[in-house]
Unconditional design. Structure first.
Length: 256
């Protein structure tokens, strides 16, 4: 594979290595040993799918050496001091290292215990299933409702919106149909056409088919979300424990 065809990839590989490998020492010596070669070649293979050929590997090592020299010279000149970007990047790197110590496995008993402890976090709001028909004007909607009362079929209206909404929360219906219509739902009787109800999209007739109460679903319905939350909290807890373990190494002179 010709190195000339992948200058951007080489830049990305070397840049990643500089963040992934801390080789700063007090000495000025820069060691290019088998471990460096293995890391450079391994990262290239990970990104490109094949090991670098000798020409590519030599170019990668040359680029690595160039940036390593620049990196050390920047540190020697104190360019990392009071740099918010560098500071945040180092903090993030340490956080990643600490969080990587947290196991990604979650046992069923642990997941169940976590779910029981945080049940309210997964409570579903009240939800509605309904059918609606949209009309351009309130007069058209009133005419359609009267036709229903006379036993006629519901006259067709506009088709800008979905006809059916199944198991939607008030917030979801508010986004889809507007605040006034969604907020009127608690007072709407079931299995009966009512209206006209106004929205930003026109005038509506609405038939409420079902009202589902707010509830906490069984763990099986929300297990992926619960697992994600469990792992997130576990990682945050590991960061807190790490902070407490190293906090004593640093004196704090709070002069506020």
């Amino acid at each position: 594979m010709s190195i000339g065809r992948h200058p951007l990839t080489i830049f990305l590989v070397v840049g990643t290595l500089l963040f992934a490998v801390d080789r700063w020492q007090s000495t000025e010596s820069i060691v290019i040993d088998a471990a460096v070669v293995e890391r450079v070649a391994g990262l290239w293979k990970t990104q490109m799918g094949t090991p670098p050929d000798p020409e590519t590997l030599e170019a990668l090592l040359t680029a690595w050496l160039r940036e390593e020299v620049f990196y050390r010279e920047a540190l020697r000149r104190g360019l990392d001091a009071d740099d918010t970007v560098v500071r945040r990047r180092l903090v993030q790197k340490l956080e990643f290292l600490v969080q990587d110590m947290t196991s990604g496995a979650v046992s069923d008993p642990d997941l169940e215990a976590y779910f029981d402890q945080h049940r309210e976090r997964y409570r579903l709001p009240e939800r509605w299933t309904l059918e609606q028909q949209q009309y351009a004007t309130e007069a058209e909607a009133e005419t359609a409702l009267e036709a229903l009362r006379q036993g006629e079929a519901l006259p067709r209206g506009l088709e800008d919106l979905p006809r059916h909404f199944v198991g939607k929360s008030q917030a979801e219906l508010q986004q889809a149909l507007g605040s006034a219509l969604a907020l009127a739902l608690p007072k709407v009787p079931t299995n009966q056409w009512v209206g006209p109800l106004e929205s930003p999209f026109g005038s509506h007739l609405l038939r409420l088919e079902a009202r589902l109460p707010a509830e906490v679903p069984p763990l099986g319905f929300v297990a992926p979300r619960v697992r994600t939350d469990y792992l997130r909290d576990a990682r945050e807890a590991s960061l807190d424990r790490f902070f407490q373990s190293v906090r004593g190494r640093y004196g704090v002179d709070d002069r506020r």
